[in-house]
Design a binder for this molecule. Structure first.
Ligand SMILES: [Zn+2]
Length: 70
């Protein structure tokens, strides 16, 4: 009987961890699913300005702001 409870507890914990320690939200993806959200701030490689991924320009895998990309 006790063993059964432990198995349930471990299974529950595993599911909880699998969901990223959060309860699933409907209609919205977890921010952990994508490594970089388009609103994530990244530092410009040249001037150090923080720009969102959406606004940045990626050159050779590095992020640059609009001004430095030219
Ligand atoms: Zn820059």
């Amino acid at each position: 009987m006790i063993l059964k409870l432990i198995i349930f507890a471990v299974a529950g914990l595993f599911i909880y961890k699998f969901l990223g320690g959060k309860l699933p939200t409907l209609g919205r993806k977890s921010p952990h699913e994508k490594k970089l959200d388009e609103d994530t701030l990244v530092e410009c490689e040249k001037c150090g300005t923080y720009v969102t991924v959406k606004e940045s320009i990626i050159i050779n895998g590095k992020y640059y702001c609009d001004e430095c990309a030219d």
